[in-house]
Design a protein around this ligand. Structure first.
Ligand SMILES: [Zn+2]
Length: 401
């Protein structure tokens, strides 16, 4: 049979049509096809006052990503900004512990910051926006933390407006770190940012060489930060953990997260009695290592008394300036030779490590999800923040329908 090229092309087309396909290859999807013209965003317009505003969804640049927001945690940082505007950001769309689904992306976007493919429908989180410090862009354990970088949710308002996660849509601009976390459920994704703070703290603690599987570890402060600290230690295989807090409800939760014993400081008058109670909880021993997870100067002064000679301490509670704390350098540091490290924020590498931690925590049955005690829709964001200020519950989250 003699077949020329035109006939051959015709035959191939027929075969493809018979297979139910099309002769032309399908173009990659640029959007999910359901992007509205405008998006709601909760803008903090005055102290203790969010207003729900409607902004046009802008044209995307070739490196930009449009995300439909699914949810975002309310952070202590948001609480400070809501109450006093210490960062001078008003008017601002807050929310930095957010996650959502990609609905549209620029043609240059192919992979996330860890090299994983990115596409429409993928669930993502952002970490930070790089401007002028190449040192923090590296996936290197020894690089500095990202404390000086910009993050979505703490950006001054501009003509894009959709700069924070307390909104229906957010624009991730080229040059930002973005991670494909489609393999994590919504609650886990909301807990990524605060968990990364603790992954970093534990990495800092490990540099002392004192933290081991069988270490006696005291965790002081059982807000979300202390509780996640306990969960991380537990997933690492550290079992001898004593939690210290002033609320019995939080101490009960600490046990669910993996603490072995707990001490309510309100039941003990004076530091000697409290230190003895912590020692008793360890069966008559002082702690090998301490994590200080409160923003209270007195708590910083106290924790040295719980730690044995030659032990270690990681101070991570002072995320913002909480004032001076008094210690006795002779008794607290020199004579006992306590090795102290400070910890703040996280590195990019810690962020990626956090995804694995959340999977491990789930696998061994640590109820991370229960940390999110309150869920509010976006239009109740003022009530969400007031609930947070009243210190009801643990992690408060905005969840979009
Ligand atoms: Zn935060």
């Amino acid at each position: 049979m003699d077949v020329n090229s035109t006939q051959l092309e015709e035959i191939i087309k027929q075969v493809i049509n018979n297979l139910g396909g099309s002769a032309a290859p399908a173009a990659p999807k640029a959007s999910s096809g359901t992007v509205p013209a405008t998006s709601k965003a909760a803008m903090l317009t005055a102290i203790e006052k969010y207003e729900i505003k409607e902004f046009p969804i802008p044209e995307l640049g070739d490196d930009d990503i449009l995300v439909k927001v699914e949810g975002c945690g309310v952070c202590g940082t948001d609480a400070h900004e809501f109450k006093r505007d210490p960062f001078g950001l008003i008017p601002v769309v807050l929310g930095h512990e957010g996650t959502g689904e990609i609905v549209k992306m620029g043609k240059n976007v192919k992979k996330d910051s860890a090299g994983k493919p990115l596409g429409i429908g993928d669930k993502v989180v952002t970490c930070m926006i790089f401007k002028d410090n190449p040192d923090i862009t590296m996936f290197d354990l020894n690089k500095q933390n990202v404390g000086g970088a910009d993050v979505y949710g703490l950006l001054p308002d501009d003509d894009i407006h959709l700069n924070g996660w307390f909104a229906d849509y957010m624009v991730i601009r080229g040059g930002s770190t973005v991670f494909n976390v489609s393999d994590l459920d919504l609650e886990s994704r909301i807990l990524i940012e605060p968990s990364a703070v603790l992954i970093h703290a534990v990495e800092r603690a490990k540099t002392t060489g004192i933290l081991r599987f069988n270490s006696r570890v005291v965790v002081q402060g059982c807000g979300p930060i202390g509780l996640i600290c306990i969960a991380i230690l537990r997933t690492m295989g550290v079992e001898n953990i004593v939690a210290v807090d002033g609320e019995d409800k939080r101490l009960e939760f600490a046990k669910k997260m993996g603490a072995d014993k707990s001490v309510n400081f309100k039941n003990h008058q004076g530091i000697e009695a409290l230190a003895q109670a912590v020692k008793d909880a360890f069966g008559g021993y002082e702690a090998d290592f301490g994590f200080q997870c409160t923003g209270s100067p007195v708590a910083h002064s106290n924790i040295y008394k719980f730690i044995r000679s030659g032990g270690g301490l990681c101070e991570l509670g002072f995320f913002i300036n909480g004032g001076d704390a008094t210690i006795n350098p002779h008794f607290d540091i020199c004579a006992k030779e306590i090795t102290t490290v400070g910890s703040w924020v996280y590195t990019l590498r810690d962020y990626a490590t956090t995804f694995d931690f959340l999977k491990r925590a789930k696998a061994i049955g640590i109820p991370m999800k229960e940390l999110i005690t309150h869920k509010f829709p976006l239009d109740q964001i003022n009530e969400a923040h007031q609930t947070n200020l009243r210190m009801e519950g643990l992690k408060i989250a905005i969840i979009n329908e």
